[in-house]
Design a protein around this ligand. Sequence first.
Ligand code: ZN
Length: 189
Amino acid sequence: MTLPITQFGNPVLRQKGARIEKITPEIRKLIAAMFAAMHKARGVGLAAQQVGHTLQLAVLDVREVTDRPSTLELAGQPADVLSIMPLVLINPEIKPVGPPFTGPEGCLSFPEIFAEITRPESVKVTALNEKGETFSFRCGGLLAKAVQHEHDHLQGILFIDRMTAATKADLKPELDDIQAATKAALKKK
Ligand code: ZN
């Protein structure tokens, strides 16, 4: 059974993830389960909070997306985005380096909700991989958007916090519905 994805209204989505000090067999198992849940839901990124764990861990895979390009630089040189896919980010640190860019975003914890979100166009990233090794890269386009979205999740920040007030007001009925359904489901448990 694949892990269920936590929905907006679940308090775990507002919790900051703890740093991972050691890549244990349990962490490796969780990474595999997160990839399975993300691929099943056809998402490009998933944070630990979205499967109920408060850890600095996210998985990403942009290989299925062909209409929104990503760019990658390794050690200052252009590189093939596919060379780092699928991507595991543990304890990621990010530094925005590009100008603001606005584009559509969705989130597996907010079914059917899509909105234009402005974030820096590119970011420098340093993280541990699933082997516990430190690695760095610079990325742009969709991958930069996804990395920033997942990094936010690890701090308990959600994409609704990045929406303009007008967008959030427009989406309020739908957001209230998701939150109410999640709270009702949690109460039943
Ligand atoms: Zn999300």
